[in-house]
Design a protein around this ligand. Structure first.
Ligand code: 1GP
Length: 251
């Protein structure tokens, strides 16, 4: 095991033990300080496995506070999920070092990474090389607009598989299949299964997952981590968090 990737190793152990992990995405713009504190405590008591924090575009400078609060109050792994090189915090456990591989915009393939790397080094953040594949989700999403890229068509499993294999050969550690926040259609189970049949990397699935049954079905198809954002922003109750966690934890 790579001893420098402690947070990834922790998350992988959880997924191994429980069948899959459940991660809650927090957009710092969308929560008040009280809301962050409540969510952290509810997650701690509801079997949630960790937080992702970030957004395609942040309108407020609250990332540091949100990350610190989530981590301190929940004790859960808190990982940056940045929309760009300005979304860095020394308080996080790790950062998904995302390469938007489904796109052909060099800024999101390497440019933002070069800008972020010195700060990541200074903050001693664990950088987790992650292939980020945007999959058509029936809505024109913020990440599409902000990155100026097209998603992979949702019926083109071969294209998703080829990207995932390329990611593996390039040394990525995770594959993120992203339907986009607020997607009408989540990533199809057939595509998750197709990617899992070829690539050996753990698959994260997010975007448009609004019901625990959907999370369970993605896990049966081969997802190792499930991410929800909007649905928990709308109802950050411990009971709903627990339902999603139970749906992801199939062991
Ligand atoms: C995480 O962007 C997603 O991958 C979150 O999507 O807000 O639709 O859950 P939702």
């Amino acid at each position: 095991m790579d001893s420098t990737l402690n947070t990834l190793a922790t998350l992988e152990r959880v997924a191994e033990k429980r069948g899959a992990g459940y991660l809650v995405l927090v957009d710092p713009d969308n929560l008040s300080p009280e809301g962050v504190a409540q969510l952290a405590e509810a997650a701690r008591d509801s079997d949630v496995d960790g937080f992702l924090v970030g957004g395609s575009l942040l309108m407020r400078n609250s990332l540091d506070d949100v990350v610190r609060q989530l981590r301190e109050r929940s004790g859960l792994p808190t990982v940056l999920f940045p929309g760009g090189s300005s979304q860095l915090s020394r308080h996080a456990d790790a950062i998904l070092f995302l390469s938007l591989m489904s796109g052909r915009n060099p800024d999101f393939l390497i440019g933002e990474h070069v800008r972020a790397a010195p700060i990541i080094h200074e903050y001693k953040l664990e950088a987790i090389p992650t292939a980020y594949l945007l999959i058509e989700g029936g809505a024109y999403t913020s990440v599409q607009f902000m990155s100026g890229t097209h998603p992979i068509p949702r019926d083109k499993n071969d294209i998703a598989v080829a990207h995932a294999l390329a990611a593996q050969y390039l040394g990525m550690r995770l594959i993120y299949l992203e339907g986009g926040s607020g997607a009408k259609w989540s990533v199809p189970e057939e595509m998750i299964a197709a990617v899992g049949a070829y690539a050996e990397l753990p698959i994260i699935v997010g975007g448009g997952i609004t019901k625990p049954e959907m999370a369970a079905s993605k896990v049966r198809a081969g997802a190792r981590f499930i991410v929800t954002g909007n649905v928990i922003e709308r109802d950050p109750s411990a009971s709903l968090l627990k339902e999603f966690a139970d749906a992801a934890h199939q062991r």
